[in-house]
Design a binder for this molecule. Structure first.
Ligand code: G3P
Ligand code: MG
Length: 238
């Protein structure tokens, strides 16, 4: 990839409540090339856009997403009066104005996300190329890969969960795992994004994106390390 990609992390979450339609609207307004958001599946089976497994931190409610039906989730305030959006509501708002990066947060997300992507491509004029699907849950990413849907895949490498406990990862290096699922990109936490790791991943043909980078000095640092894109809560700073 030749051009640098500006990725809005959880939407423009430095300006508006994370993972809400407001944050996604703001990211479009600020000129993001791609919008990243996180997907869980709730009790009634819908794919909903939220970061944590519980609603405690980002809403006025309490409890796990898997324990709540969509109707109950919709009664909560996700900040500034915003509701927790479904994946479809987010795609409808973005409407191909930017690329989207769907992060699979939990097991059992691959199936509903696959169905929704197919539907948007077959019936709503989206293209498979509009999507980048990523996860640090390697089993879920592998299960998404096995569905043979022609979208790009990204492997997330995070501190404390670099996949070492993961059954798949135990056998391979993360780059070998990425190759085994024909991944497009490696998404490093900034704490792991050394020049050496970035260089090696790019040498092996992967695009490299780093998260979550908000300060001007760090943005400069990771650009100098020749990353292909940066995730920021402030896409306007990229
Ligand atoms: O996908 C990049 C980044 O979003 C991964 O971390 O915890 O913000 O979802 P997190
Ligand atoms: Mg994320």
């Amino acid at each position: 990839m030749d051009t640098f990609i500006k990725i809005a992390h959880r939407g423009a979450s430095g300006h508006e409540p994370e993972n809400t339609l407001r944050a996604f609207e703001k990211a479009i307004e600020l000129g993001a090339d791609m919008i990243e958001f996180d997907v869980h599946v709730c009790k009634s089976g819908e794919a909903v856009v939220m970061h944590d497994a519980t609603v405690d931190r980002t809403t006025n409610g309490k409890g796990e997403i898997v324990g709540k039906a969509l109707k109950e989730l919709k009664s909560l305030d996700a900040g500034k009066g915003e509701k927790i959006p479904t994946l479809e509501e987010v795609l409808n708002l973005i409407d191909r104005k930017t690329k989207v990066n769907i992060e699979l947060k939990r097991s059992e997300t691959a199936e509903p996300v696959t169905k929704i992507i197919h539907n948007y491509v077959l019936n709503k004029d989206w293209s498979y190329d509009d999507f980048l699907v990523s996860s640090s849950d390697f089993a879920e990413l592998k299960s998404f890969f096995d569905k043979k849907i022609p979208v790009k895949l990204g492997v997330i490498i995070r501190k404390g969960n670099s996949g070492l406990k993961n059954i798949i990862f135990r056998k391979y290096s993360y780059l070998d795992f990425a190759k085994s699922i024909n991944a497009f990109s490696i998404h490093f936490s900034k704490f792991l994004a050394s020049s050496k790791r970035i260089k090696e991943a790019r040498r092996q043909g992967f695009s490299v994106f780093v998260w979550t980078v908000n300060s001007e000095s760090e943005i400069k640092k990771f650009k100098a390390r020749k990353t292909d894109g940066i995730f920021s809560d402030f896409p306007d700073r990229l």
